[in-house]
Design a protein around this ligand. Structure first.
Ligand SMILES: Nc1ncnc2c1ncn2[C@@H]1O[C@H](COP(=O)(O)OP(=O)(O)OP(=O)(O)O)[C@@H](O)[C@H]1O
Ligand SMILES: [Mg+2]
Length: 141
């Protein structure tokens, strides 16, 4: 890890598991609250980590959500094991979604997850292939 690294919290996210979806992000939120992190920063991180977590549940074969604490920043990282994103530019466009009707009925699929993750981050990095997608989001403290 790089300079100033303090601690990593990791959560396993199973594909199609809507029962436990959101647990990782709510645990991160409570953790940051207990650390006394600024409320606006917590709100941004809660949105980012929830959207990342739900995307793993809906669109991937499963993966992990990490929250890395540094002295001067927090990095939220999601990594999954595929199938990857075919067209990243399109996936980052507001309103674009490949979610099927069955998922839209659950209230997802507005195509706003990735755009909002970008909007609330200070740095946004996405790498994707058929073997999986890694999204790294930095929030400066
Ligand atoms: N982890 C992932 N693995 C594979 N494809 C993904 C992943 N995350 C996002 N995508 C693709 O990118 C598209 C856009 O994602 P985004 O989160 O913006 O919207 P959504 O999940 O479809 O809807 P919403 O987030 O508004 O409920 C998805 O519809 C999907 O095709
Ligand atoms: Mg989404």
């Amino acid at each position: 890890m790089t300079e100033g690294f303090l601690k990593r919290y990791s959560f396993n996210i199973a594909a199609n598991d809507f029962m436990t979806a959101g647990k990782g992000s709510s645990t991160i939120k409570n953790l940051l609250k207990s650390m006394g992190i600024n409320a606006n920063i917590i709100r941004r991180i809660a949105i980012i980590s929830y959207e990342a977590e739900i995307n793993i549940v809906i669109h991937s074969f499963g993966g992990k959500l990490h929250c890395d604490l540094y002295e001067d920043k927090i990095i939220i990282m999601s990594e999954d094991v595929g199938p990857g994103i075919e067209d990243v530019d399109l996936a980052l466009t507001e309103g674009y979604s490949t979610a099927p009707e069955s998922i839209r009925e659950l209230g997802f699929g507005a195509g706003m997850g990735l755009p909002n993750m970008m909007k609330y981050s200070d740095e946004f990095d996405i790498t994707t292939s058929r073997e999986g997608t890694v999204i790294k989001i930095t929030i400066l403290l």
